[in-house]
Design a protein around this ligand. Structure first.
Ligand SMILES: C[S@@+](CC[C@H](N)C(=O)[O-])C[C@H]1O[C@@H](n2cnc3c(N)ncnc32)[C@H](O)[C@@H]1O
Length: 202
């Protein structure tokens, strides 16, 4: 609880000060490669920041939604979406990715570029339960996360086996590509997960 409140304050502060090195305006190439292989449907960008990836998905024909708990990031995301005329297909919400009651189930594609790894253990459990609840049959998830590392004296990130175990009730890890984050130099991984639930449960 204290960890998640501190994290939230850190992110507020970072956006307030403009110390957001992740906010490059570049859609990750892993997403650009994946998206044309999928049929457009509903997409949810978790921890969407200023909406770069959400807007890209809307431009590719998806009904895209982005969630972030920093209001300043969401305000900027909405402005960016209006500027490129996709505001009707890119919706943004201020809220926590651990409590997604305001999103309707039936998400075909989840995207997370750097949010999941900043949650503590409890937050990661809540997040995966929400994703499982919202996933449409056969849903896909593209997840970028740091491997475990110390940040401000706390262990953050997620080991590949943790990702596999937490998502297992609904998703299988189709691929995990370990690399090094170009900004920070930390070890990271891109995961492609696919729902093994292929029809609505009664
Ligand atoms: C490293 S940034 C990445 C932002 C965006 N995905 C991008 O690639 O530009 C992580 C984002 O996750 C958001 N975030 C972290 N924990 C969150 C939570 N529990 N609920 C909603 N947003 C969260 C932060 O506010 C921040 O915008």
């Amino acid at each position: 609880m204290i960890f998640s409140m501190r994290q939230r304050l850190r992110f507020y502060w970072r956006y307030l000060q403009g110390k957001t090195p992740w906010d490059t305006g570049i859609v990750p190439p892993e997403i650009v490669t994946l998206v044309p292989r999928l049929n457009p449907g509903r997409a949810l960008d978790l921890g969407c920041g200023t909406g770069t990836t959400t807007i890209y998905l809307a431009q590719q024909g998806w009904r895209a939604e982005g969630v972030d708990y920093v209001g300043a990031a969401i305000t900027k995301a909405k402005r960016k979406a209006s500027a490129v005329a996709v505001a009707d297909r890119a919706r943004f919400y201020v809220g926590s990715v651990t409590r997604l009651g305001f999103i309707h189930p039936g998400i075909d594609l989840f995207v997370d570029v750097g949010c999941f790894h900043s949650l503590g253990e409890a937050g990661q459990r809540e997040y995966t339960a929400e994703v499982a609840r919202l996933a449409a049959p056969g849903a896909v998830m593209a997840l970028y996360a740091f491997l475990p590392r110390l940040m401000n004296g706390r262990l953050i990130g997620a080991a590949p086996e943790t990702v596999t175990a937490l998502f297992a009730p609904v998703f299988e890890v189709e691929s995990a590509t370990i690399g090094t984050d170009s900004g920070s130099g930390h070890q990271s991984a891109w995961y492609l997960l696919r729902s093994h639930i292929l029809a609505h449960q009664p």
